[in-house]
Design a protein around this ligand. Structure first.
Ligand code: PLP
Length: 409
């Protein structure tokens, strides 16, 4: 008996865990079990669950004006305010913001914008988008095409959906450079990169990686798109990962953390290197990529309230304080026989489980310890709790992983 919920790889109806309530760093199941949300949902629950003031902000906006679209000469105030706020948090001056409804939307928007950019620059041969093995960029057509996780690309016919896709080695800069040169760097429109690989297993970049990427971008004249759907708005203790790594991208995609998941919202922060041509001159070109819900007023009001909470409660500084705690705890797991490797940065951690350890069994055992965790595709535990988590709760998550591994082994 399958659930009518149309998520094709869904579990059998009777075995679904239905979550009925959220409260700070905790979620509650339909059976009444209270679980520490060590995954932050799908990396989104940054300010934690059940915030009354976010519900109030949404309700107030819904009562006043649910939304008004931002096509043509129209706008609504929350969308304008949120765009202006995001521009002040961007790692470059004079940022412009294009709103979408989520991360996959934002990736497609940025990649189309990259190609449009080069068409307008009179370099129509610049079509290729470079991405990395094991990367994840959402599941719309363009994002699926550039995704490095092949199982998301498989089954739609041969090759990639968009042929002008070039995959480079995960973090091997020398190999990446060879592939780019062999392909013809001058044909490249953009390189898209997660600053820290998320779904691919929480993999931070090696030192100096982005410096070399920036040199290659200069040499061949391609754009850099930082896919910060997971990292933007504080996951690494800075507003953007681009800021932390001095990545200097031309575009940043964001979603999840902009509303902490309270309502769906995404977008692209665009630097003047790309946006300028769309603003200068009386007959400036138009990007034909308008979405009905871009800048939805109620969603924007929630985004504003979410950013206000992050600032008021000093959550970025809190993430920076927690970073060494998570590092210390995970390093302590490294020698466990059930663990192959650990990685960590900011409030993100990945634990590669040994081949004979079933991640799903570990996750089930963790629930018995009152901790919800996610098992990523390559048998890797994802740790990305809400920013409001305490030091003790963070230590408890890793202690519970150890206990669960001891049981499962
Ligand atoms: N890009 C990255 C780096 C992501 O991690 C995700 C989702 O996890 C996406 C894009 C897609 O976002 P969404 O699921 O909101 O469409």
């Amino acid at each position: 008996m399958w659930s009518a919920q149309a998520h094709m790889p869904t579990v059998l109806a009777g075995s679904q865990t239905v979550i009925v309530k959220g409260d700070g760093a905790y979620i509650v199941t339909a059976d009444g079990q209270r679980l520490l949300d060590a995954a932050g949902g799908l990396w989104y629950a940054n300010v934690g669950h059940g915030r009354e003031e976010i519900a109030e902000a949404a309700a107030a906006q819904l009562r006043t004006l649910e939304t008004w679209h931002i096509f043509g000469r129209y706008a609504n105030q929350p969308a304008l305010d949120l765009a202006n706020k995001i521009a002040t948090l961007a790692p470059f001056e004079d940022a412009k913001v294009i709103f979408t409804s989520g991360g996959s939307d934002s990736v497609d928007m940025a990649l189309k914008l990259a190609r449009r950019h080069w068409q307008l620059q009179g370099q129509p041969e610049k079509l290729t988008v470079v991405s990395r093995n094991d990367s994840y960029h959402g599941l719309h057509a363009y994002g699926t095409s550039v995704a490095g996780l092949s199982f998301n690309r498989d089954g739609f016919g041969p090759g990639t959906l968009i042929p002008e896709t070039l995959l480079i080695d995960q973090w091997d800069i020398e190999a990446a450079e060879r592939t780019i040169r062999a392909h013809g760097g001058e044909k490249i429109a953009a390189l898209i990169t997660e600053p820290v690989m998320g779904v691919g297993g929480v993999v931070p970049p090696p030192a100096g990686y982005f410096e070399r990427i920036k040199e290659l971008a200069k040499e061949f004249g391609f754009l850099i798109i930082a896919d910060e759907v997971v990292t933007a708005f504080g996951r690494l203790g800075t507003w953007t990962a681009s800021e932390r790594f001095n990545l200097e991208p031309d575009m940043i995609t964001f979603a999840k953390g902009i509303t902490s998941g309270y309502l769906p919202l995404g977008g692209v922060i665009v630097a003047p290197s790309v946006s300028r041509q769309f603003y200068e001159g009386a007959d400036a070109p138009i990007l034909h990529q308008g979405l009905t819900y871009s800048g939805h007023a109620t969603v924007a009001a929630v985004g504003l309230k979410n950013l206000e909470i992050i600032e008021r409660e000093g959550l970025l500084a809190h993430v920076r304080d927690l970073e060494p705690i998570l590092a210390e705890e995970l390093e302590g797991l490294r020698s466990h026989p059930g663990v192959k490797a650990v990685r960590h940065i900011g409030l993100m951690g990945g634990v590669d489980l040994a081949d004979d350890v079933a991640g799903l069994a570990v996750v089930a055992e963790l629930e018995r310890h009152g901790v919800h965790l996610r098992n990523l595709p390559n048998n890797i535990l994802q740790i990305s709790p809400p920013f409001i988590i305490t030091e003790n709760e963070l230590r408890l998550i890793v202690g519970s992983i150890r206990a669960a591994l001891d049981t499962v082994l």
